[in-house]
Design a protein around this ligand. Structure first.
Ligand code: DHB
Length: 309
């Protein structure tokens, strides 16, 4: 079985799309809900509809992807309506992602969620790297504490946090200390590695237009960083906080590694962008084969059991 759960929320399959990829329209979201995925995550919403950055704003590469989308989305009302209507249908979970450009925008959207009929998981994105002039909140631990303090004064529904990749043990310790002080339901690591730069030596140029070519990296480039974040945060966070592992997943073995590091669920971004919804069936089969060979019946049989030498 590939079943898992976050708190009381049950997922028949641990695989989901990563926020941002093929999840901007109700048509895309419905396709994922109709696939083998355990549910879907909606494109991070802002209070109003946004067009996002100039194109080209995403480039597929042999080892992954770079993007600077700039939060193109249909606005919170659009995704909240979809989430209300589809959450829990056919046993599938809808995760509602919100990414305000300020603390006030986040509070405004979370108040709408609180007052709505939506009773699923909400994911507060503190790690968008692609809006010019806005830094990633997840790197400022005092700012994270401020937004969580303001949020939990009124927000009584289950909340997850999408965090940026951390690279230093002081960062793993610092963010964990903050998160353990709040009733956070889960964290999702990692968002893309922000502000990478891909160079095309042929044209002697950058490959995407916004921000002079700087953008978020996904795919093979980020897997070891993602595994490190899942592992380091699992070792530091209270057991009541679940972890979604995101980053560099394109095979059943990649999922196996994320779960060994402690992931409860996993999300697929870059590779889902390339393959579409058939990827959920392919990777499910690959993971089941690996588990069969190793004699594991459930994810609990190996979750978090990474060995050190
Ligand atoms: C975008 C990118 C992100 O990594 C994110 O978390 C939110 C939005 C974007 O560029 O649209």
């Amino acid at each position: 079985s590939l079943a898992s759960h976050i708190g009381d929320y049950k997922f028949d399959n641990l695989l989901l799309n990563a926020a941002g990829v093929r999840c901007s329209t109700t048509d895309e979201l419905e396709k994922t809900l109709d696939s083998m995925a355990g549910g879907c995550v909606t494109k991070s919403a802002t209070p109003e509809e946004r067009a996002g950055n100039e194109s080209p704003r995403m480039k597929a590469l042999p080892l992954g992807s770079i993007n600077s989308m700039g939060l193109p989305n249909h606005g919170i009302d659009y995704y909240l309506k979809f989430a209300e209507e589809n959450q829990g249908q056919n046993g599938k979970q809808v995760i509602l992602s919100v990414a305000g450009l300020s603390i006030d925008q986040n509070i405004e959207m979370l108040k709408k969620v609180q007052e709505s009929a939506f009773d699923g998981l909400t994911e507060l994105n503190l790690s968008c790297p692609n809006v010019a002039g806005k830094s990633q909140v997840g790197y400022d631990f005092d700012a994270v504490r401020d937004v969580l303090t303001a949020t939990f004064k009124f927000f009584k529904k289950p909340l997850g946090l999408k965090l940026p990749p951390y690279f230093d043990f002081n960062q793993f310790n610092g963010i964990s200390e903050v998160l353990n002080d709040f009733p956070v339901t889960y964290i999702n690591v990692i968002n893309s590695i922000g502000n990478g730069l891909v160079v095309d030596p042929e044209t002697e140029s950058v490959v995407i237009k916004p921000k002079g070519g700087f953008g978020g990296l996904g795919g093979d480039y980020v897997k070891p960083t993602a595994l490190a974040n899942v592992r380091a945060l699992r070792q530091r966070l209270d057991p009541r906080i679940s972890i979604i592992g995101t980053g560099g997943i394109k095979s059943g073995m990649d999922v196996f590694e994320h779960v060994l590091c402690g992931a409860d669920l996993v999300q697929i971004g870059t590779a889902f962008g390339y393959e579409g919804t058939p990827i959920f069936e392919r990777i499910s089969k690959e993971l089941e084969e690996i588990m069969d060979k190793k004699g594991y019946q459930t994810l609990d049989d190996f979750r978090g059991k990474l060995k050190t030498i």
